[in-house]
Structures are given as C-alpha cells and as structure tokens.
Ligand binder design. Sequence first.
Ligand SMILES: [Zn+2]
Length: 297
Amino acid sequence: MKARANLGAVAVAGALLVGMADRVVLAQEPKSVETPVAAEAPEAAAPEGAPLPPVTAPLLERPKLEPRPSTELELQPCARLSAEQLATHVARLVPMVERCVGRRFVTPPKVRTADGASWYALVELEFPEVRDLDLQVATTFALYLPERDEVVLSSYVASRLGDDDAGARSAAAILAHELVHVLQDQHFALPSRLRVAEDRWQKQVLRALLEGHATLIEERIMTQLGAPDAEAQMRRRHRRGAGLVYLRGRDYLASLEKEGGADAVVQALVGELPTPLEFAKRSAPKRSAEKRDAEKR
Ligand SMILES: [Zn+2]
C-alpha cells in the first residue's frame, strides 16, 4: 500500500491549469453500432445487484481554489433540453456512477447546460492560449469546473441527450464521465489538486489518473446502457493525441484494480503519485494491444 499523499505538497494555489475538458469524439463514433436509448427508460439502465454504498466522508480535503475568469461567467441554458429533462438524466445516472465508483455523492452534483454562445464564451475563458478557438469549441463537449463546483454540458451534448435517438447513449456516457469528476472532487480532491499542481509530472499524472478513472467508469456505464464493445469503442476514440492520456490513465488503474481490487484504485487516487517509470510499467502493456489493433485496421 502506498502512503497517503502529503496534501501540503500539492496545495499550492496560483497555477492556472487547463485540463478538465472532455473531448469525446461523438461525431466519429460509428452510428451503426448505436442503438436508440430512450431517456425515459430507467429500467433498462439501472444495474442490478449490489446496493448503493453508504455515504462516507471524503478521503482528502480539497485545496482552496482561486476564482478564474470563468467562475463568474453567466451561462444561458440550452433550450433543447429542459431543466426537468436534465434532472431526469442526472437522477438516472447518479446511482450508476455511485455503484461503479463505490462512493456516494456527499452533496448532489450540480449540472447545467449552456447554449451555443455561452459555451463559446466559457471555452474561450477556459482555454485562453488555444490557437484555434473554433476547433476547441467544436471538440470540447463538457466541462467540470471545480471553482464553480458544477458540470456544464455543451448545447451539442444537451441536444443529443434530449433527442432520444442514436447518440443519446454517447451523450449520457459523457454526462456520467463528468459526474465521476464531481465524485472525484468530493472524495479524492482530484480535479482540485490538478488545478493547483505546479510540478510538470504531478500535473501529467494527476490528469491521467483523473481522466483514466472517469474513462474506466464511463466505459462500464456504457456497457450497462447496452453499448456493445464499450472498451473497444473507447480505445478507438482515445487512441491518438490528447486522448492517449485517457487511455494510459485507464490502463494504469485497470492494472492496479486487477491486482488489488477497488481499494487499490482508491489508493492510487489519494496516495503518493507514481514515478514516471511506475506509471509506464502499468500503462504500457495495453499499448502493444492497441498497436496490434491499429495494424489490423
Ligand atoms: Zn474528463
């Protein structure tokens, strides 16, 4: 078992970090494997079996975050999904996320949608150094903002959630992924620690853990929602560029889970960060599998 992280070492305020954008490539998913998912079909989604875990105290305290330019931004909701519809989707996914993570929300997650103009303004503030803002807006689908303590869904995702046709399941999976980030912050202070991390490796590995964990859970929820080959879909989606961070983190945690179960995953999320070599050792084996997979195509 690894020792607990010394929070004092990471609770250094001031660093402006980009890193909680989720850029799941909805548009490139093969439409043929999507089956329509009705929003009003909770019976199809609810996983059977284990009861929900009891509410437990956070394992790590969140460091204090400085407000960012986006913190006070006013956001107009997307008109294509009503507040009631959004609440229904959140209520359906919350217990699924809680079961998969093994932790309950300490306080209910706050989720809102943004219309096109609001989403553009938010992405512009969150990614001040991006070269192609239009591309960034088009490829960023949802954000968890620790300073606002809320998830914001783009109008694209919100619209698809409300569509009840092909793609609704992918949109639900994105929402589930963001809900994992909320749980991560409530229990493991993970997104907040990423915001204040200053050391380059610390930032990289925290981001890999945060996205890898959310990806692993998202994949399981996709399966519960009826997606065939959720892992393969996820690997195709993240096999290049920034998506590799998601895969490496996912494989690192899956490897730990295989050996030490859910406790080993939690320990990785709150414990001492791995060295680059430790991280590479556990996230490397799948890489060859991906290469083989890519070569077959
Ligand atoms: Zn994410």
